[in-house]
Structures are given as structure tokens and as C-alpha cells.
Design a binder for this molecule. Structure first.
Ligand SMILES: Cc1cc2nc3c(=O)[nH]c(=O)nc-3n(C[C@H](O)[C@H](O)[C@H](O)COP(=O)(O)OP(=O)(O)OC[C@H]3O[C@@H](n4cnc5c(N)ncnc54)[C@H](O)[C@@H]3O)c2cc1C
Ligand SMILES: O=C(O)CCC(=O)C(=O)O
Length: 322
């Protein structure tokens, strides 16, 4: 969508073997809480987060908010021990970041420190459907197709953007990309209004418009997409320790997704070439635990790189004419 908006003269086709609701992005809680990519400078990560926050904040303040599933949400991140950094790099991007008061901490007797703030949340299938609707309205084609090799696209398209998530491991032959399995529960508990996140990142309660997401797990290297019943019970018990009223939650649905993890998001141009024929590719994958938190910022950079590819193609065409 960002590409269509940046380069309205491009004709865009989205190829995917799975669309919503069958992608990793549909499993996510969709919270805007950044994770740190060790291989990317912090100022770049902050910029991606800020661009994403600003974009979604605009939607949350518009008449589209409900259909897009975007809303502000307030809550607490709590710690048993003092956090490594008192002020995370994103503390001045979210709204009203502050230390929790003693009175607030009384709700969490096992935790001694906490941060309170307001951030944004995307309700995942509705947000993805809203993006898809806007893309189609802008004239983009959606096509269900598994791509075996990026090169297979060279005769049909001038530039390829690779946003294949964990699928990029095979598609781009990238062994630095690995799955971090996450199991979550989606439950009906409409009385839960605030988010609660244990600072260890393992246990979280994220209320959305219709369902509350309870998490979670982070299992590096696991490709197993089947829910594990023992893990479901453990997640539920951990969340009930933080928010005992969840014992009354109903309609528990279990979801598993594979976070496409890497030291840094791969946002890069590459030119594939065979027998003198060239295919420019822009990679935009490896968002790990932060795909929602960073998506608009990384999409803007990917769209800028596509602009460079188009300029290079136009340059070589005019040279060929000369
Ligand atoms: C349990 C869980 C909770 C999460 N919670 C959050 C959160 O609260 N906040 C946050 O910021 N992030 C969260 N994440 C992370 C987030 O979900 C990911 O970073 C994000 O979904 C990655 O998006 P993507 O578009 O790169 O990948 P995907 O959503 O997996 O999309 C990749 C697309 O490429 C297609 N594809 C792949 N290979 C091929 C191929 N060879 N041919 C054709 N199509 C192909 C797929 O079918 C799919 O359509 C969570 C992840 C999990 C697992
Ligand atoms: O880490 C969080 O709190 C948000 C959820 C998430 O990003 C994840 O489970 O990967």
C-alpha cells in the first residue's frame, strides 16, 4: 500500500501463497511495543517506530478506526527486577510514558517496578483486510501463488519486493533468518480493558476490539505450527496470575505463528542476473517480534528503494536508446 501511495504510476501485483486470515500477521497481537534488533542502529529503529506510530495514530483519530481495527490502549509493563534501561528508546514516541505509582503496583504483588503508557494496537485480521481493501481500490492485483524462486518472476515484473516473512528463508536462501515460534490464546473477556506485559516479554494480556490476546512463548528454531495443550494451560495460568479475572474468560482459541527473526530486518536492494538479464529485488523481511510495531517505517524505506530501482531501470533504458 505504501508503494502504491508513493509511486502511483506503478502497477502492483501482490503474490502470496496465503492471504489473511492464514498468515503469521493474523496470529500477532498487533501491539505497538518495539523489540530491539541488535543489528540495526537505534536511531533507525526509532524512526521506523515513530513513522508507524504516527501513521496508525492518524487512522485511530479518523472515521476509519473501527473498520481498520486500530485503537489506543493504555496499560502497564511490569518488572520483578529493575529493568536494564530505565527509559526504552521508544518511551517518547508512545503517549504519557511514566513510572507506575505505588498504588498501581499494588495490583501486581510479585512485581516491584513498572511503566505505564498508552500505545496503539492493530486488531490483526481486520487491519489486514482493511489494507487489502485499500490496495484493491488503488488498482493492485491480488494473486494466490507460491513463488518457488524469485528469478521465476523476471519475465513478468520489472521489480520484485520480497516480503515473504519466514518464507524468505527459502526464497532468498537466507540462513540468518530463523523461526521463533509463538503460541497465543485469543479469548472473550470484554471486561479487560488495559494491557499488562511482564517485562520478560513472555507473559502478556492484550485486549483488542473483540478478543483479548494472551501470550505467550518464544521458541527459537521451532517450525511446529501445532498448538501444544500443555503450553495453552501454562499461558492461561501465567496470565491469570497477573489478571485473576481472566479465569472467567470464554471461547478460548489457540493460535501459533512463526516470527521471521533475524539480527536486523533485511531492507536492501539486490540485482539478480542470469545470462545478461537483470531483475532488481527489494528485500523487506525479518521483522521478528516487531512486524506491526515497525511496518509502516520499513514499508516507507522499501518503497524508497523501489523508487531507486525504477530510476536505475529508466537510466539504463535511456542509455540503451542512445
Ligand atoms: C504469537 C505472535 C505474536 C506477535 N505479536 C506481535 C505484536 O504484538 N506486535 C508486533 O509488532 N509484532 C508481533 N508479532 C510479530 C509479527 O507477527 C511479525 O513480525 C509479522 O507478522 C511479520 O509479517 P510479514 O508480513 O513479514 O510475514 P507474514 O505475515 O508471514 O507474511 C508473509 C507472506 O508471504 C507469503 N509467502 C511466503 N513465502 C512465499 C512464497 N514462497 N511464495 C508466495 N508467498 C509467500 C505468505 O503466504 C504470507 O502471505 C507477533 C508474532 C507472533 C508469532
Ligand atoms: O512482545 C510483546 O509484548 C508483543 C507481542 C509480540 O511482539 C510477540 O509475541 O512477538
Amino acid at each position: 500500500l505504501c508503494l502504491v501511495e508513493t509511486c502511483p504510476s506503478c502497477s502492483v501485483t501482490v503474490l502470496a501463497d496465503q492471504f489473511s486470515p492464514n498468515t503469521t500477521s493474523d496470529v500477532a497481537a498487533g501491539m505497538l511495543i518495539p523489540h530491539t534488533y541488535p543489528g540495526t542502529p537505534i536511531h533507525v529503529q526509532k524512526q521506523w517506530f515513530k513513522e508507524t506510530f504516527t501513521y496508525l495514530f492518524g487512522i485511530s483519530n479518523s472515521a476509519e478506526a473501527s473498520e481498520a481495527g486500530i485503537h489506543l490502549i493504555s496499560g502497564w509493563q511490569i518488572f520483578k527486577n529493575a529493568p536494564k534501561e530505565e527509559l526504552p528508546f521508544w518511551s517518547d514516541v508512545v503517549l504519557g510514558f511514566r513510572s507506575m505509582s505505588e498504588a498501581e503496583l499494588q495490583k501486581f504483588p510479585q512485581h516491584r517496578f513498572g511503566q505505564a503508557f498508552t500505545t496503539l494496537k492493530c486488531d490483526c485480521p481486520p487491519y489486514l483486510l482493511w489494507l487489502e481493501k485499500r490496495l484493491k481500490a488503488a488498482g493492485a492485483q491480488m494473486c494466490t501463488r507460491k513463488v518457488a524462486e524469485l528469478w521465476d518472476l523476471h519475465s513478468e515484473y520489472s521489480v520484485v519486493v520480497n516480503c515473504a516473512g519466514i518464507g524468505a528463508r527459502q526464497l532468498a536462501g537466507d540462513e540468518r533468518l530463523f523461526p521463533v515460534r509463538g503460541q497465543v490464546l485469543k479469548v472473550h473477556a470484554p471486561w479487560v480493558k488495559n494491557f499488562i506485559r511482564d517485562g520478560d516479554g513472555l507473559t502478556y494480556i492484550y485486549p483488542g476490539v473483540h478478543r483479548v490476546t494472551l501470550g505467550g512463548t518464544r521458541e527459537e528454531g521451532s517450525w511446529n505450527l501445532s498448538p501444544h495443550p500443555g503450553t495453552t494451560k501454562a499461558i492461561f495460568d501465567r496470565c491469570c496470575t497477573l489478571e485473576p479475572s481472566l479465569r472467567g474468560a470464554q471461547d478460548i482459541e489457540v493460535k501459533v505463528g512463526l516470527r521471521p527473526s533475524r539480527r536486523c530486518v533485511r531492507l536492501q536492494r539486490e540485482v539478480l542476473s542470469q545470462g545478461g538479464v537483470k531483475l532488481p529485488v527489494v528485500h523487506n523481511y525479518g521483522h521478528g517480534s516487531g512486524g506491526f510495531s515497525m511496518h509502516r517505517g520499513t514499508a516507507k524505506e522499501a518503497a524508497r528503494l523501489v523508487g531507486e530501482c525504477i530510476a536505475a531501470l529508466q537510466g539504463s533504458l535511456s542509455r540503451a536508446k542512445l
